[in-house]
Design a protein around this ligand. Structure first.
Ligand SMILES: [Zn+2]
Length: 257
């Protein structure tokens, strides 16, 4: 599916598709994005410049044909597009600059149209670009994997969590996704009258991440510690093979009443 984007980062919209707000005498055929004069206008999807020209009403107009058969039109631009008919454009590539040319414009803005017709920007069938774009945005990238050198040598992934429990019970929940990796925990480092008591429960439980999957795997362990004494819980990851990784780790350590 052809991926689209909104033309600008700021969400400002003057007037929507189909608007009959005065002084309009016909329903609005596009979307109006107010922007400072000279703001670059990106193509909302990959395509080819299929038309550049001007009219008394829409001013300087650029049209891009997209692989899915749609034509996006960019009107009221500052000047003629610096690109030529037949030039390929990538999504986000600048096709022109915001202006206020044409009698239908009352200030610097982009009038964006979407049509199945090459010159639908002027007349003929148009549709609301907004839902069309929003249904075709680039999917969110998968979570960033933890760099392997952060955890393959000494296993450190997160600072320790310190906890006390009146009942002596704590619950440790770890979820993550990854491949070829092992998540373990240890409980240690209680300072009682200046003494450190280490490794009560070192690496007693493990969460094995085997297959590459974007779905998190989760495990919960219940562990005893001395009542009302601060314990530190440290969760660690180990790579089991080259290319192993762990991502989106979520670690919850809580006292159980
Ligand atoms: Zn408009």
């Amino acid at each position: 599916m052809t991926q689209y984007q909104l033309p600008f980062d700021n969400p400002a919209l003057w007037d929507g598709f189909g608007s009959t707000q005065p002084p309009r005498t016909n329903p609005h055929r596009g979307l109006d994005f107010p922007q400072a004069g000279g703001t670059p206008i990106p193509s909302i999807a990959d395509g080819t410049i299929s038309y550049k020209g001007s009219s008394s009403v829409l001013g300087q107009v650029t049209v891009v044909e997209h692989p899915d058969g749609m034509f996006s039109g960019y009107s009221h631009s500052w000047n003629a597009s610096p690109l030529n008919v037949g030039d390929p454009v990538a999504r986000g590539q600048i096709v022109n600059y915001v202006g206020t040319s044409g009698s239908a414009s009352t200030g610097n803005h982009l009038h964006l149209t979407l049509s199945v017709e090459r010159l639908g920007v002027y007349s003929g069938q148009v549709q609301d670009p907004y839902p069309y774009i929003m249904d075709r945005l680039e999917p969110d990238p998968p979570p960033e994997p933890v760099a392997s050198d952060l955890w393959t040598t000494d296993g450190a992934l997160r600072p320790s969590t310190t906890i006390t429990s009146a009942s002596g019970l704590i619950r440790i929940t770890v979820s993550a996704y990854g491949a070829g990796a092992l998540v373990t925990y240890s409980i240690a480092g209680v300072r009682d009258r200046g003494e450190a008591i280490a490794n009560w429960a070192a690496k007693t439980a493990e969460l094995l991440l085997t297959d590459v999957s974007e779905a998190s795997t989760s495990r919960t362990w219940i562990q005893f510690i001395p009542q009302n004494v601060a314990a530190t819980v440290r969760v660690e990851c180990y790579g089991l093979r080259p290319g192993a990784f762990v991502a989106s780790p979520l670690i919850v350590v809580e006292a159980v009443a």
